[in-house]
Ligand binder design. Structure first.
Ligand SMILES: *Cc1c(COP(=O)(O)O)cnc(C)c1O
Length: 461
């Protein structure tokens, strides 16, 4: 069977068995859209446990105890909380609401860390009085923590966010240097229970993380000398995953784009972050949709990397340190898809063919410049008469010229019908939620969770 849709050139997305089962029944997908509206997010947290297990096993094989705290901000579904706990993980929360939801659902305090970039007093008070660890970012916030702890008559559990200063690691707005923290603790540290050192680096570079681990270890040596019994390093997120079946299509796509002098492959010739055509690969600002090493293999390589005359793993084991991490995207790999219904076909005033979807571009966006994988395309039995075979760009509901769902040209070998369904693969990690907006007062997409063969609205478990 020829597929109903592919990108030019194709970027074929990796799927999970539950996704293929869903895609095999276009009429069921149409029924779900009729019942819950378009766009619609479908979640199955089955792969979460497997993904988390890859990380803990990779550590265990090298004698390193790994604790996984799923980055809550990567997906809003309430069901993610119990799925993470059932998979033996904890949660990394970034707001009062995210923390409250976890506590209300009975997540143990020791399984939560607060890493919010800005922490108000309500969030800090709830965390401190619940004995949840707070990752401290700056001196003003730490002064608030000390004041709340004094008022409550307790000590606050904290991890210190380290701003890594190694010249090979890019500068960061997050955390403070080891010297700044040590100076603060000398003067005002008595109400702080310093249990860990935290960092979260932008991007996915493995070597940067090795250097950061080494810097965190020497910081911990100084903290322990000063009487703080630090037990772990939390290396944040940024663990790679792959959205694509194979490397070949990823390379071929960038080569084709580099050679596309007329700008036909993308919306109005968008370069999609390709800064230098001679390089035929994306800029680092773009999420690498294909990566050679992911999760377990990546962590094994990281822990085996030589550093300071030893290995990263031995830096940890020789100090009896646990390694914690806060992956978002990589553990949500395989956990979601987003469906949207075709409402119109047309061309622009200058003849560019368009397909209009009942969704808007904030319902599938990351914070990187986006190149997305090919949607899968479904034609339910109630779809209308298809158009002639052709090509088109997908547009959405916001009244903006640049309202593109995908900035890539797609081919439709069997035309497009009203009532067709575009299925965007692997959207659970950020893509469905991180930027979604109810602009134009359009409702947000509903979230359904796969449970015992049924699709249940999230939160109604
Ligand atoms: C966003 C974030 C994460 C998750 O990052 P991923 O790239 O999804 O793994 C983890 N920790 C902190 C502090 C974050 O801000």
């Amino acid at each position: 069977m020829t597929s109903l849709c592919h990108g030019l050139p194709p970027l074929t997305g990796r799927t999970e068995p539950w996704m293929e089962q869903l895609l095999a029944d276009p009429d069921q997908c149409a029924d779900l859209l009729s019942a819950h509206g378009s766009a619609l997010n479908l979640l199955d947290f089955g792969p979460l446990g497997r993904n988390i297990g890859e990380l803990t096993r990779a550590g265990a094989d090298l004698g390193v105890e790994v604790g996984v705290f799923v980055a809550r901000k990567a997906n809003k579904a309430l069901s993610l909380i119990s799925a993470a706990v059932d998979a033996g993980a904890g949660l990394d929360v970034a707001s009062y609401a995210e923390l409250k939801q976890c506590l209300d659902r009975g997540v143990e305090a020791g399984r939560i860390i607060v890493t919010a970039a800005v922490k108000d007093k309500a969030l800090l008070t709830l965390a401190i009085t619940s004995r949840v660890t707070v990752s401290l970012d700056n001196v003003d916030e730490t002064a608030d923590v000390v004041a709340i702890a004094a008022k409550e008559g307790i000590r606050a559990r904290v991890a210190l966010r380290l701003a890594v200063t190694h010249p090979s690691v890019p500068p960061t707005r997050f955390g403070l240097t080891a010297d700044s923290w040590l100076a603060f603790l000398r003067d005002r540290g008595e109400l702080l229970e310093v249990e860990g050192v935290h960092f979260h680096l932008n991007g996915y570079d493995r070597q940067h993380r090795v250097l950061a681990l080494a810097e965190a270890c020497s910081f911990i040596d100084r903290l322990r000398d000063a009487g703080h019994p630090v037990g772990y390093i939390d290396m944040g997120g940024g663990i790679p995953m792959s959205y694509l079946e194979d490397e070949q299509s990823w390379r071929a796509f960038w080569q084709a784009l580099a050679a596309d002098a007329d700008g036909t492959l993308t919306w109005r010739g968008d370069r999609l972050g390709l800064t230098d055509p001679a390089l035929d690969r994306p800029s680092p600002a773009l999420y690498p949709y294909w990566q050679r090493e992911t999760r377990g293999a990546w962590l094994t390589a990281l822990l085996s990397t030589p550093v300071d005359g030893t290995t990263a793993a031995q830096l940890l084991t020789s100090r009896g340190l646990q390694l914690r991490c806060e992956p978002g995207r990589s553990v949500l790999d395989g956990c979601g898809v987003t469906l949207a219904e075709v409402v119109f076909r047309k061309t622009t005033s200058d003849g560019v063919p368009l397909v209009g979807l009942q969704m808007n571009r904030t319902q599938m966006r990351s914070t990187s410049a986006d190149v997305l994988i090919d949607p899968r395309w479904l034609r339910p039995s109630r779809a209308g008469t298809p158009s002639a075979p052709g090509e088109a760009f997908l547009v959405g509901a916001y009244c903006i010229e640049e309202e593109l769902i995908l900035r890539r040209r797609l081919a439709f070998p069997q035309g497009v019908a009203r009532g067709d369904i575009a299925v965007f693969l692997n959207t659970a990690g950020y893509l469905m939620h991180i930027l979604e907006s109810p602009s134009h007062q359009l409702p947000l997409a509903q979230n359904l969770v796969h449970r015992d063969g049924d699709w249940i609205p999230d939160g109604e478990s």
